[in-house]
Design a protein around this ligand. Structure first.
Ligand SMILES: NC(=O)c1ccc[n+]([C@@H]2O[C@H](COP(=O)([O-])OP(=O)(O)OC[C@H]3O[C@@H](n4cnc5c(N)ncnc54)[C@H](OP(=O)(O)O)[C@@H]3O)[C@@H](O)[C@H]2O)c1
Length: 310
């Protein structure tokens, strides 16, 4: 099969489109004919060697752990899907990903894709939506009536978090550049803080939950906007519990994990029109390097996705 792989860690030029072995399906797995692979910052963080030794990767590696596609083959003991099902899901980060014509995946990582968006856009949804969902609901325990500050609200995770938080009837304060104001207001954000002109800690206070996907100075300035007992959840590596205690609040790190039941629920919210994923860039598989370069700017709106096949 055709796949994009890298044989050494490095910049986007290490990505090559080439022939690679078609994966075998094991017990409990299905073979997916890939239609789209979502692009996430994780893809280039793995590619550039930033995470070398931490995830057990062996090179050459096919990156891309977001997938949508059609079930082409069933492994032994698979009963929950049938051949021809259109699925989307989050793959195992330790193994080959979906920048390829085929990928094998355990059924627990997959769900039937939403129908209100096309198959290509569906491929952009799993990782970012599960991150937003698990951060807000599983880790922070966000409840109706609360206030949440969502940093990088126009990004892949952020724009879905804004919509989940509104669906939960909370007040949403978003940080982004002014360029994204209309986009975020349309998604339901109640207030926007333009990080280029305004320090958010000067205008935001007493929030229940902060979603931090930026870290660094943004995270350090976020502790002071939380109300007593509030919680900051970060998607970046360190668990900030000690720092949080010094500020009299709670802090947690999170790592997204596959969850088929959550993907089914998210698909239903997309189909009901409550959640509208924004896919702003669709590129062919052969342009994976360009997709990485765009993601690495750190200023893309919504999601980037690679289209596989015709
Ligand atoms: N732990 C996990 O399981 C997990 C899961 C998913 C993601 N992550 C990590 O979370 C981070 C975010 O992921 P993502 O997919 O959402 O990234 P992304 O889509 O690349 O985020 C881009 C967005 O960041 C915004 N941004 C950049 N600097 C900003 C600032 N100073 N203040 C406010 N907004 C700013 C940009 O808005 P403007 O154009 O307006 O600047 C842009 O819309 C990445 O580091 C990723 O690796 C971790």
């Amino acid at each position: 099969m055709q796949a994009v792989r890298f044989h050494t860690y490095g910049d986007s030029k290490v990505l090559v489109l080439e022939e690679a072995p078609r994966p075998q399906v094991d017990e409990g797995e299905v073979l997916i004919r890939v239609r789209a692979a979502g692009v996430n910052p994780l893809d280039w963080k793995v590619r550039d060697g930033h995470l070398e030794g931490r995830m057990g990767h062996r090179l050459p590696l096919i990156p891309g752990w977001d997938v949508s596609g059609v079930v082409e083959e069933l492994g032994p003991k698979v009963t929950s899907f049938k051949i021809g099902d259109e699925v989307y899901g989050l793959l195992d980060f330790r193994l080959d990903g979906a920048y390829a014509e085929y990928v094998a995946a355990p059924v627990e990582n997959l769900a039937i894709r939403p129908k209100a968006i096309d198959m290509i856009k569906a491929g952009a949804v799993p990782l970012a939506s599960l991150t937003a969902w698990q951060t807000l609901f599983d880790v922070a325990g966000l409840e109706s009536g609360q206030t949440v500050l969502i940093h990088a609200a126009a990004g892949g995770v952020g724009h879905l978090a804004v919509q989940f938080a509104k669906w939960k009837n909370t007040k949403v304060i978003a940080t982004a550049s002014a360029y994204n104001e209309d986009f975020l207001k349309d998604l339901g954000a109640d207030e926007l803080v333009d990080y280029n002109t305004t320090r958010f800690e000067g205008v935001v206070q007493d929030v229940d939950v902060v979603l931090d996907t930026l870290g660094g100075d943004t995270r350090e300035r976020s502790w002071q906007v939380l109300k007593k007992g509030g919680i900051l959840v970060t998607t970046l590596s360190i668990s900030p519990e000690e720092t949080a205690q010094q500020h009299g609040v709670r802090g947690k790190g999170m790592m997204v994990h596959p969850d088929a039941a959550q993907l089914t629920q998210i698909a239903a919210l997309i189909d009901s029109g409550d959640i509208k994923p924004s896919v702003t860039t669709i590129l062919p598989l052969a342009e994976a390097a360009r997709a990485h370069e765009l993601s690495q700017t750190g200023h893309m709106r919504g999601k980037i996705v690679l289209k596989v096949g015709d």
